[in-house]
Ligand binder design. Structure first.
Ligand SMILES: Cc1cc2nc3c(=O)[nH]c(=O)nc-3n(C[C@H](O)[C@H](O)[C@H](O)COP(=O)(O)O)c2cc1C
Length: 188
């Protein structure tokens, strides 16, 4: 049976690229992965050089990452993904998804994909998940065709409003979303 085609969209939570890279081989075994990088995810940071991260994802998936709105625009109309996973998803991208703002490669991919009634899976990674982003997470939790990788507080003592998804649950969350189900429990 053909593998599910998974758009794997990274946004600018640079600290989590390494966590995603750890599960990338398993994701690529399970799915036909198409990497997508937001414009901000394509910047160097103290967590590494953008070119190195992009090369890693390109090599593991066998596909050149999508990096622009123009590059992401055909993904929906041409039906090139079965599921789109946005992991790690910043507070910034959560806000845009919640309010219908489409000004990055990742939000463009989501818009085109949702247009076709297909599932988007969000893996949150933001220090204000229980702060300013909480409202956006709430809006997305009740939105049709939007699912979440189970998430929780990653450091309640030092970062009391921070939320992070469980990278080990990306695969089952994507499989469930493809079947129209939210993987439970959402809160870990
Ligand atoms: C070193 C560094 C780490 C960051 N980590 C996060 C993060 O974990 N979560 C988050 O929401 N924003 C984080 N940001 C801020 C985002 O990169 C910023 O909001 C950016 O506009 C996100 O754009 P995007 O969502 O289009 O990728 C970080 C910024 C820097 C410079």
């Amino acid at each position: 049976m053909a593998k599910l085609r998974l758009g794997l969209a990274l946004t600018g939570s640079y600290c989590c690229f390494g966590k995603l890279a750890e599960v990338l081989p398993a994701l690529c075994r399970e799915f036909d992965v198409l990497p997508i990088f937001s414009e901000n995810a394509q910047r160097d940071s103290r967590f590494g050089q953008a070119a190195d991260w992009m090369a890693l994802f390109a090599e593991a998936s066998g596909r050149e990452p999508v990096t622009t709105i123009a590059g992401a625009e055909p993904l929906g109309p041409k039906g090139l993904m079965d599921v789109l996973a946005i992991v790690p998803c910043t507070g910034n991208t959560l806000a845009k998804l919640s309010r219908g703002v489409t000004d990055t490669a990742v939000t463009m991919a989501a818009k085109g994909h949702l247009r076709n009634g297909k599932p988007v899976v969000i893996g949150v990674s933001t220090n204000d998940g229980l702060g300013a982003s909480a409202e956006n997470i709430g809006r997305l939790l009740v939105r049709k065709n939007i699912y979440f990788v189970p998430f929780g507080q990653d450091d309640p003592a030092a970062k009391p409003t921070s939320l992070a998804c469980d990278y080990d649950r990306i695969i089952p969350a994507v499989a469930a979303a493809y079947e129209g189900r939210q993987l439970q429990p959402i809160l870990v």
